[in-house]
Design a protein around this ligand. Sequence first.
Ligand code: NAD
Ligand code: DAU
Length: 353
Amino acid sequence: MKLLITGGAGFIGSHVVRLFVTKYPEYQIYNLDKLTYAGNLANLSDIEHAPNYTFIKGDITDAKFIDDMFAELAFDGVIHLAAESHVDRSITDPMSFVMTNVVGTVNLLNAAKNTWAAGASGFDGKRFYHVSTDEVYGSLHNPDEFFTEETAYDPQSPYSASKAASDHFVRAYGNTYKLPVVLSNCSNNYGPNHFPEKLIPLMIHNIQTNKPLPVYGKGENVRDWLFVVDHARAIDAVFHNGRLGETYNIGGFNEWKNIDLVHLLCTIMDRKLGRPEGTSAQLITYVTDRAGHDLRYAIDAHKIMNELGWQPSLQFEQGLEKTVDWFLENQEWLDNVTSGNYQKYYESMYTNR
Ligand code: NAD
Ligand code: DAU
């Protein structure tokens, strides 16, 4: 099996690459990543010399590069995670989301379709797995409602609109060309290597450095949090055993209001840093709400649990403790991603193929 994983230097992608490289030594794993501000190879330093692992620096918006790479390397499967992923950035710069998330995905679909169709065995044994988000379903307002695989798409931000468009293209290629596709839509991830522009790592960093904790609006918005390694395990299950043409929702049945989550983090951090309880919570600052801020996401994950036997392995409090410990023990990583040092360093080491 020659497997292409895109976006493998990012937060979730690095956990997926690590899982596949270590669990499947017989696979050849190719990690294709542009190394944007969000991706860095320090996330994979423990496996970078594994004999079944190859890194390729490149941009999925470059169709010729993608076509040439498929022609040369003849992948059997693709797990596509590369994306622009931060909602706030999509509000200030929507076009980069269109380019990477939509155009980049279609470039990969074309390359897979054309290369596989021209091969001796056609689409037999091939698989294109698109990793997506629960944000495509929009925002829930009724507390009894959950996103199921049948929920109609209703994206509300430029980010979720770009992910919804990419999901539609993947399904359209499955329907029109019979490309063997499978998709998943996951809720909010957290854990080691999370880029510190997202809520949990940003709060940990700001608590540690005594900076204000910016809570958008009233902090009433609800997210369903899943430990990143559990998402990687779910991706393993869907890639190997998910039915072609199907979509699997992935989530932790673990809903938190932002303000409650920030208070919990403050309590954990006060304990870890030896501060009197209540110290860090004084840093909480309510700021202007995110434009078009989705109120609540909540995933119904019964399909993947019943069909593929997947379930989350960690309770949230355990996962948060592990995450806080990782950030406290990896200060150098945090300093290098926030300063942009990693980006400059890896930029100079690798040139685009
Ligand atoms: P991330 O921003 O941490 O990583 C994205 C990676 O993609 C980076 O390594 C970046 O360098 C790479 N990349 C970006 N543009 C590229 C391009 N044009 N060509 C090649 N590589 C490029 O993102 P993440 O949080 O790890 O999310 C990974 C995937 O999972 C995304 O598709 C996202 O939509 C999806 N997802 C994320 C979450 C979450 O909570 N973070 C939840 C559900 C789904
Ligand atoms: O649901 C899955 C999605 O989760 C993924 O598809 C996205 O890639 C990922 O970034 C995440 O999107 P969110 O917008 O939910 O995550 P973020 O960490 O940016 O924000 C979480 C919540 O916290 C959200 O309600 C906004 C709020 N927030 C965020 C930041 C960065 C704040 O209140 N203050 C902040 O400073």
